[in-house]
Structure formats: C-alpha cells, structure tokens
Design a protein. Structure first.
Length: 667
C-alpha cells in the first residue's frame, strides 16, 4: 500500500523511504571517496547505514521474540550470510586478482593482510590495531571499506544473543528497552572518550560504534510499540529536520572533525528522526522524495555499490602511484561506472544468492557451510596471489655505480641489483636510536642519557621530531670524524618549536611536556650547539606558516646555547619502494619535480625564522635533487624509506657534508 506521505509498505513491512535513505548514504560515501571537494563529510553515509541496519535487524528480532518467544539463531545467521557474504567474497577475490595485475608487488603483503582479515570478518580490528587514519590515510588498504561490514557482521553475531538473553530474563519489552538504552549511552560515551585518546579505536571498533546501530534499535522498539510514534501534525517537520541533520554534515564535516566523537550524533539522530517520521502518513514529509524511482534503484543496489566503488577507485590510483591523486574527472568517471557494475552484481550475485533454493532447501546448515567455504577460498586466493608476487624480481638485473655524494646528485634511472637497502628491507633501515630508547615514541616523555661519540669533545644536540631523528646517522658520522659528542633529543610528531602541536585532531600534551623538559635540560647544561630540524608538515594549532615561524623564533630565543637549523628533506609524497617495485626499469617515474617535493608552507617559514634570528640555516637539498627533479635512487643507495623519511644508509652518507658545515658553525 502507499500512504499519503508517498512511502510504500508491502505485506512484509518494506519501507520505500528507507531505500531512499540507503541511496543518500551510499552516494555520499562514493562521492566523498571520489574526492569531490565540497562533500568533505561524505563519510557520514556509513553512520546512516548503521542506523538503518540497527532498525531493521532489531525490528526483525523483536517480532520473532514476541511471536515465538525465542530467536532462531541458525536461521538468522544463515539469512545474514546469504544476504551479505556472496557479493562481499566476490569483490574480495576480484580485488586480489586485479591487484596482482595492476598494483606494485610490494603492496601485496599489506593487501594479503587486509584480505585475510576481511575473510575472517575482522577487518575493522586490523585497521584499529594498525592505527589507521580513515579520514587522512594517503595509501589506504584496498579493503578499508570493509571495516563497516566487519562492524555489522560482529553486531549481527552478538545482538541476537543479547536480545534473546534479555528477553528470557525480563520478559518485558520496557525492561529490554531500558537495557538497550543503557548500552547505547555507554557505547556513545566510550566512543567520545576514545576519539580524543586513540581515535582509530573509536572509529573502527564495535563497542564504540554499537550505539549507532543501537539508536536504530531504539527506533524499532518505539515503532513496534506505536506504529505512528510521531504525531501527523509534526511528522513533516521532524522528517525534514532529520534530513537536514543527516545531509548538512556531508558538506560541513571534514577530515579535521574529531570523529566519531559527539559529532557522529548529528547524522545518527538525523537518520533516526527520518525513520520515525516516515512511519507516519504526512503529505509534506521527505518520504515522498525518498521513495522516488531513482532513489529506489540506488537504494536497491546500495550494498553492491558500496562494495565495488572502493577498489574501482583505489586500484587505478595505486597503479599510477600516490604522489599525485587522480584528477576529479577520472574519479567521477570511475564512480559513475560503478553504478552499472553494482546493478550487475545485485542482479546476478546478491539477489540470486539470497533466494537460491539450493541454499535454503536444507535449512541453515548449507548456507553456513557455504560461508565457511567462502572464507577459506578467499584466503587461499589471497595467499596464492602473495606467493606469486613474492616470486617476482625486485631489481632490474644490473648494478649501479657506488654512491658518491655530489651536487647535483648522480641519479640511477633503474632499480640496481646492488641497491642498499633493498626494496623489501628498506622499511627496517632505521637509525640506531629507534631501537635504543633515545628516540621517543608518541607517548614517551623520558630524557634518557643519549650521548654518542668522543668523550670530552664539544657536545652537539640534535633536537626535533622524527625528521630530526633521521639526521642522527649523519650527525654521528660527522661527530666521529670531527671528535665531538652527539646528544639525541627527538620524539615522534613533536617538532622543536614553541607552538601547540596537534595529534589526531586533539592537543598533543605529551609533546608539550617532553619539549619543556628538553629545553630545561639544555639550559641547565648548555651544549656547544643545538641543531633543530623537523618535518615541515606537522599539524599545529593555528595558521601553519605563521604559527611555525613564530614558534621557531621563540624556540631559538628560549635555548640558551648556540643554535643551527637544518632544512627539512624533500617530500616525495608516496613511498618510493612501492612505486619502484612496479617500475624496475623506470625509477625516475617514482620521483617528483623539485618544486613539488619542496612544496610546504613551513619550508620558507623555517628559512625566514633562521635568517631573522641570525642563526645558521643548513640546506642540503642539492644533495637530494637536481635543478628540476628529486629522485628516489642516488648511485646504489635508496634515499627514502617512506614518502618523506630518508634511509639510515643515505643519512650516514650525508655525514661528510654535514661535518663540513658544522665545522664552520662551531669554529
């Protein structure tokens, strides 16, 4: 039947307006991932999906409890498996196959980890433990979009059990509602706290996201108690308020919004209001718009569209490298092609699997066994793909001349067989201070004794963040050559400037504590020289360039010892080793124009601050770059271990030119 609102409801309780909500949610996510600039909050579409899922599943379970007095667990899980897994496994396998064909071999190990976690229904746990930054990840997993599917699968596993146990204990819908409300409050509070403490956990884990599905469950309780819970007179207003709360964040939220946190309540509550209001017949409600033909079509294929859009966008990007994002016209074109692809998958995979008689005829057992078989097969395909990639060569089969530092540098245009470090070991080419406790991690505030070199010689202190730490091998080599001591004071993501650092969108308190302690230590026992050097793209509170220059000036004044500043190293924007593994004979394709590699708002601010304070500014860029290009391989040495950190091997080779410049400063 069709109510005055335009919402279609059939005998099974199908609500066409919810299909419209699904359409809005999936389009928001797809255009956000396509990089449309004014839709910077499109990620909230997933939150809309969570509310819808919580509402539909809780409605189904409550109706079963009231009708039968118990949950038919095997039947429930079998239906969920038929609904979700066939399309999910198909996209997983096709993604692995496409990755083998088009992605660099060094990306395959990470892809294998993601594929296995996805096949085991725990991709969100993997991303949380890896500290993935969903809103700012430069080279995300090909399976990152499965995180929300992992949340829902884990919810479907636990939620029926909780409702069944609650029903058995209390035998009261009101008491069960109170229990659900308490779980929602606890989950929401936990999510808010963890967003400002360890954001990846808040973003990816079920306990911090369960409240969103729980809000949908609350709506299910309310509508089962009173089918038209919102009075007709205000249903339209409530519906449109909900639509605004759901859609406005798509335009106003950004990657800087602390999310999920309390901001997630805006689209979640908005979706809940639309669902509540949509159950009441109202002429001017948004349900008429949500029930349009296009919305019904997109809502129908929304699950398949969500699955296919991410690999369709990310695999082409990975194949060309992450240094430069694909142009908007290309990503929008790929997103548009995903719609017919999603329809095909819905028509020939998703819908047939849900109705397949060979799965439904033998009760739930066959569906559940097929789910296990799908997981095993997916893991087998991913493992075979990894084995094939591991067998591929990682060099061009010819050596290069040994590295000799010159300006301009002698660039090697291929991946040499004598490359040091090799492409598959470069991630471990770290300064010794990363393993002996002298370089502090994000949470560390200790000041251990970290002196190296000739005892009794002049003391030179290296003070900075991880980009300061990368100069430790060069400075230690210089110290050994010139007979002075080197002291290390470096900490991840904590620049040696007097400005408030930000970490994951919140104030970086440990940085402030550690930095103040270092300054006191230096002033209590002044060294011969303090060398300041930092990553030029650190996150700060306030305008980046202005705050950076003022903060560096203030730091130079605070330190009661001579100071020198080293210019930051060029930034290649993407990990060269990954790119090089797919371009063994065209290494220069993995470099960048010099202007692009030096493009940072704080680079000029650093030079201006040093010049204004009258302290030496040591710039070694010409050892990395020619007049026009910055390349990843110089001689037989791989320069970078990731997009912007240099290898310990190359850093040590910078020891002689650094010693020459420091000798001038210390003279």
């Amino acid at each position: 039947m069709t109510g005055a609102s335009g919402t279609t409801t059939n005998a099974r309780g199908f609500r066409s307006d919810i299909q419209g909500l699904r359409a809005i949610a999936v389009i928001a996510v797809v255009v956000y991932h396509a990089g449309v600039p004014f839709l910077s909050g499109g990620y909230v579409g997933v939150d809309v999906f969570f509310v819808i899922s919580g509402f539909l599943i809780t409605t189904h379970l409550l109706e079963g409890l009231e009708r039968d007095g118990h949950v038919r667990f095997a039947s429930f899980y079998a239906k969920r498996a038929r609904r979700i897994l066939p399309a999910a496994f198909l996209v997983l396998v096709l993604t692995v196959v496409a990755a083998v064909a088009w992605m660099p071999p060094l990306m395959m190990k990470e892809l294998w980890r993601g594929a296995v976690a996805t096949a085991l229904y725990v991709p969100n746990l993997l991303f949380a433990l890896d500290g993935t930054k969903y809103l700012a990840e430069e080279a995300p997993s090909m399976f990152q979009h499965y995180w929300s599917l992992g949340i829902e699968e884990q919810f479907y596993l636990i939620w029926p059990l909780l409702l069944a146990l609650g029903w058995r204990w209390v035998r009261s819908r009101r008491a069960l509602f109170t229990l659900l409300l308490a779980l929602v409050v606890v989950s929401f509070a936990t999510g808010v706290v963890l967003t400002f403490w360890v954001q990846p956990y808040a973003f990816f884990l079920l306990p911090t996201r369960a409240w969103e599905l729980g809000i949908g469950g609350i709506i299910a309780f309310l509508l089962l108690r009173r089918p038209q819970f919102v009075p007709t007179k205000v249903a339209s207003l409530v519906g449109w308020i909900g639509m605004a709360a759901m859609i406005v964040p798509v335009f106003l939220f950004t990657s800087a919004t602390p999310f999920p946190g309390y901001w997630a309540a805006v689209p979640v509550v908005g979706t809940a209001l639309v669902i509540l209001a949509g159950a009441t017949s109202s002429r001017f409600a948004p349900t008429r718009v949500l029930s349009g033909r296009v919305m019904l079509f997109l809502g129908g294929i929304s699950y398949s569209l969500y699955l296919v859009h991410w690999p369709a966008l990310r695999i082409p990007q990975a194949s060309v490298g992450y240094a430069d994002p694909l142009p908007l016209w290309a990503t929008l074109g790929l997103a548009a092609l995903c719609i017919p692809a999603a329809w095909l998958m819905y028509r020939y995979v998703e819908d047939p699997a849900r109705k397949a008689s060979w799965l439904t005829r033998f009760r739930p057992r066959r569906s559940l066994l097929a789910a296990v078989a799908g997981s095993v097969a997916s893991i087998a395909v991913a493992t075979a793909a990894l084995a094939y990639s591991d067998a591929r060569p990682l060099d061009a089969g010819q050596p290069a001349a040994a590295t000799v530092l010159e300006t301009p540098p002698v660039v090697t245009p291929f991946v040499p067989s004598n490359l040091i470090p090799t492409l598959d070991t470069v991630q471990y080419d770290l300064p010794d201070i990363s393993g002996d406790g002298c370089h502090q991690d994000v949470g560390g505030v200790a000041l251990p004794p970290c002196l190296y070199g000739t005892e009794g010689g002049p003391r030179v202190v290296l003070f900075g963040d991880s980009h300061g730490a990368q100069w430790a091998p060069a400075l230690r080599a210089a110290g050994e050559a010139e007979g002075y001591q080197v002291e290390i004071r470096t900490k991840n993501s904590c620049p040696s400037i007097s400005a408030s650092a930000i970490k994951d969108g919140v104030p970086f308190i440990e940085c402030e504590q550690w930095r103040d302690a270092v300054i006191k230590h230096l002033n209590d026992d002044p060294p011969a020289l303090v060398v300041l050097t930092n990553f030029s793209s650190n996150e700060l509170a306030g305008d980046s360039a202005t705050t950076w220059q003022a903060g560096l000036n203030e730091m130079i004044v605070k330190i009661e010892a001579p100071v020198a500043v080293i210019a930051d190293t060029p930034d290649l924007r993407a990990t060269p080793a990954v790119c090089l593994s797919g371009r063994l004979h065209d290494a220069e394709a993995c470099g960048l124009p010099r202007d692009a590699a030096l493009q940072s708002p704080t680079r000029a601010a650093t030079a201006d601050a040093a010049q204004g304070a009258g302290v030496p500014y040591l710039d070694f860029t010409d050892y990395f770059c020619s007049a026009s290009r910055c390349e990843p391989i110089i001689g037989s040495t791989l320069v970078y271990r990731d997009a912007h950190h240099i290898t310990a091997t190359f850093s040590e080779k910078l020891g002689p030119p650094l010693a020459t410049r420091l000798a001038e400063v210390l003279r």
